[in-house]
Structure formats: structure tokens, C-alpha cells
Design a protein around this ligand. Sequence first.
Ligand SMILES: Nc1ncnc2c1ncn2[C@@H]1O[C@H](COP(=O)(O)OP(=O)(O)OP(=O)(O)O)[C@@H](O)[C@H]1O
Length: 502
Amino acid sequence: MASLLCPTPSALQHNPRSFCFSPLKLTSPTNLCIFTNRFKYNRLRCNVFFENVQEDFLENALHLDQFPVLRYGFWQFQRVSGELSEMQKWGFLVFAGLTWIYLTSRPGILLGAIDTYLLAPLQLGLDSLSGKRNLNTSDFVIGQKLGEGNFGIVYSGAIVPKNVAAENKVQNRRRRNATELDERVKEKVILKKVKTGIQGGKECGDFEEWFNYRLSRAAPESCAEFLGSFVANETSSQFTKGGKWLVWKFEGDRNLADYMKDRNFPLNLESVMFGRVLQGVDSVKRDALIIKQIMRQIITSLKKIHNTGIVHRDIKPANLVVTKRGQIKLIDFGAATDLRIGKNYVPKLSLLDPDYCPPELYVLPEETPSPPPEPIAAFLSPILWQLNSPDLFDMYSAGIVLMQMAIPTLRSTSGLKNFNSELKTVGHDLNKWREYTRLRPDFTILDLDLGRGWDLATKLISQRGFLRRGRISAAAALTHPYFLLGGDQAVAVLSKFSLNRK
Ligand SMILES: Nc1ncnc2c1ncn2[C@@H]1O[C@H](COP(=O)(O)OP(=O)(O)OP(=O)(O)O)[C@@H](O)[C@H]1O
């Protein structure tokens, strides 16, 4: 009788709210029955919720209708999960959520695996088909030497089109460099000759090649475009048979260090960055806007490479090429390390430029052992990253670049050396340095807008604090008030629409 009076779960579905949330005393059989049915109804709702979550996930997030195999797998999962209790289902959801968070947290095991096992072979296949991996000495002419590092010599050069290459082969005794070739030689490139006679030279060249291919997939717009590598098949001009060469697209005539040597810096970059001269803005503000735009680009690129697990370890103005369109591109990944898989990480090895290197000297604590095999290193990498925040290594160097751009007296080699030695004396505390310094720096640019630039600088240039944090990451720096509502971005965006821009 009581059960006849009592609403059934399906009846409850028509008016569930009033029933489900009304207070209930379990004193009468009717109330007991209502309670039982409420329980059943809530369980029903729970099941419906699970099914909805699963279906939404299926239809919206994964678009499984396009992937029959996944759809079948998910159907199997639904069948099995139908036999699980609510507790088990929740347990499963929590476990799946935590696994997802672990796999996608920095440096990204999941994306790294996709890159290694899918995208890299795909890139290799496509490059081989298109001939990009079949470069050779006859494809290039070498121009002037641009620089020499510990492990390589850098030259400008040009690509020789195939028809000219054949002709050039016949005449190559007379044609020695790019300038001697006619206008048929179109595309300018940068070539790096890997030093072979030096210990570690070959390995460094191989690492640089690996990092360039990796970043050409993961952060192409942040780095100079990598065209590939080749081993010279003959001895001619600068080529020695068997020598390894790396090739990049020529991104621009000058790097940031070249621009900073000019007394007119940063105004010499104004039309490059913004496509025009900023009229009606006073000169200090123009300087500040240009510097902010450069810093924004550097930090955005750092964020991208850090997200893949790569730390550059040699951020400095000479390794930042400025393109014709005002983009700042990272170059020289010879010292970079990928801490997702431990690539190019050797404990206690410091390859760095002392002028830009943070006080801790090493990207990971000295006691960190050599990396295990790559899959194991990858599996452990989120823990390593959380405990050590290795990306903050590059952030210190970015802070020094900011100081040099904003304070003219720090741009010279001697000014930078004095700044670093003063910094060391005050324990790398920028606020203390400001009180202590004898260099009479001009803080005008950093003190604009209530000192936002100065505040960012103090957060970049500091000792590593508790849990090796205490310095701001690239992602956090981009949300710092210095960059928020930055007029530089508005001007840069507007310049993209400018008809005058070349
Ligand atoms: N893709 C590029 N486009 C334009 N210029 C480039 C490019 N790559 C390198 N350069 C120029 O060549 C110079 C030397 O390059 P890079 O830093 O890679 O060589 P390096 O041998 O490692 O030198 P160092 O160790 O002294 O930095 C750079 O400072 C830059 O001016």
C-alpha cells in the first residue's frame, strides 16, 4: 500500500526538484519509500551524468565519430563501466584526471611522445620526399665569416639553384663566393661549419641539429628557420670532404647586440619593430615601448621553448637575430638542453657566457645524476621540472638583457662586467645593487609607469629561493603589470595593418 502511494523513479523525473530537495523525516513507511526512491533517482541521475559526460567527451572533445577505432574502444569502456559501482566510476575518473594532468604538465610527456614517435618520423619522411634532406656542397656558395664559437664557424652564404649548380660545377675554380654569383642566386642562408678537430665538437653539432629540428616542429616562429644539414662530399672553397654543415635561412642582417652597439639604440629599431616612427610620443616613452616589445618577444619565445622542456642556456643579445619584419628570433642552440629526455644534459657542465649566466651556474643542482634512458627520463620529467624549475636559468639572462637595453651604461663590455661584479657583491639582489652601485645608472625607462619595468627586472635578476623558485617564469612574466596593457603591443598590431610597411 505504501509503495502504491509512493512516487516511482520515473514519476520523480517529471518533477524531481520539489521531491529531491525537500526535507524528509524517516518516520513513516511512506517517507521511507520516498527516501528509497529518492536514492534510486539520485543514482539514476548519477548514471545519466556519467553517460552524458562520456558522450559529451566522445562527441565534442574527441570527435570520435571520425575515429571508428576510438569509438569502438570507448563503447567497450562504457560496457565495462556499466558494471562498475559509482565509487569505482568516480575513482576511475579521478585517476584518469590525475594521469592526464601528469602527462600534460610541463614539460609535456604526452606531446613529447607524439612529437618523437609521430611528428619527427613524419617530418623526416616529408623532407626526404621533397629533397630537403639531400643537401650538398654544390647547393651552396659561401660568403663572409660572421662569427666563430667554440664548436663552429658561421658564414653567410646563398643557395645555388639546381641549374646554376650544374653550370657552377664546371666553372667552380673561378667562382669563389656568393658575391661572384649573379642574381640567379636568390636565397641567402647562414651556414655553420662544425669543428671536427675539437673534443665534443661533433656532438655539439649533432645536438644543435637535433634541437633545431625539434623546435622547427614545436616553436617554428621563435627560432631561425632551419633548412637542414649535410656532410661535404668534396673538398672545394671552404668545404672539406667529410665536414658537417648546418644551414639556416638568413633571418636578418643584424642581431640585437649589433643594434645595441649603436648610440641611437633603441630608436634604431623603431621602424623595424613598428613599421614607422611613433609621432607625438616623447622620446623616453618611445624608447620604453620599443624595449618592451623586444622583451615581450624574447619572453614569449622562451615560454614556448620552455613548454617543450628545452632550456636555451645561452640567452644574450648576440643570439637574438632581428628580422626585417621586426621579429626577434632565437639562434645558437649548441648549449641548449632538453630536460624532458635529458638531451645534452651533463651534470656539472657549465658551457656558458659568464656575463649572462645566473649565479647558480648550472641548470639543475650539481648533485643531479646523469639522465637515465630517454623514456624513463621523460616519465620522470614533470617531477624534475616541478622540483627544480630549470627554465628560470634563461629568465635570469633575459633580465640582464632587459637591464642592458634600459640602462645605456650597461651596454658596453666593461659596463656589463662592472655591473655583474657589483651584483655579485650584493648577493644578486637588484634592489640592494640600486643603493650600492657606483655606475650612476639612468633608471628613467625602468621607473616609468610606477616602476613596473624595475619591478620585473628585480623578479628576473635574483637568487633562486626556496625550492629553487624565487625568480619569475616566462609564463608569469607575461602576466606581469609591465606587459599588461602594454602600448607596445597595440602599436605592433597596428603596424601590421599599416600599408606603408615593407
Ligand atoms: N639564421 C640567421 N640569420 C641571420 N644571422 C644569423 C643567423 N644565424 C646566425 N647569424 C649570425 O651569425 C652570428 C653567429 O651565429 P651563432 O651564434 O650561431 O654562432 P656561434 O659559432 O655559436 O657563435 P658564438 O658562440 O660566438 O655565439 C650571430 O651572432 C648572428 O649575427
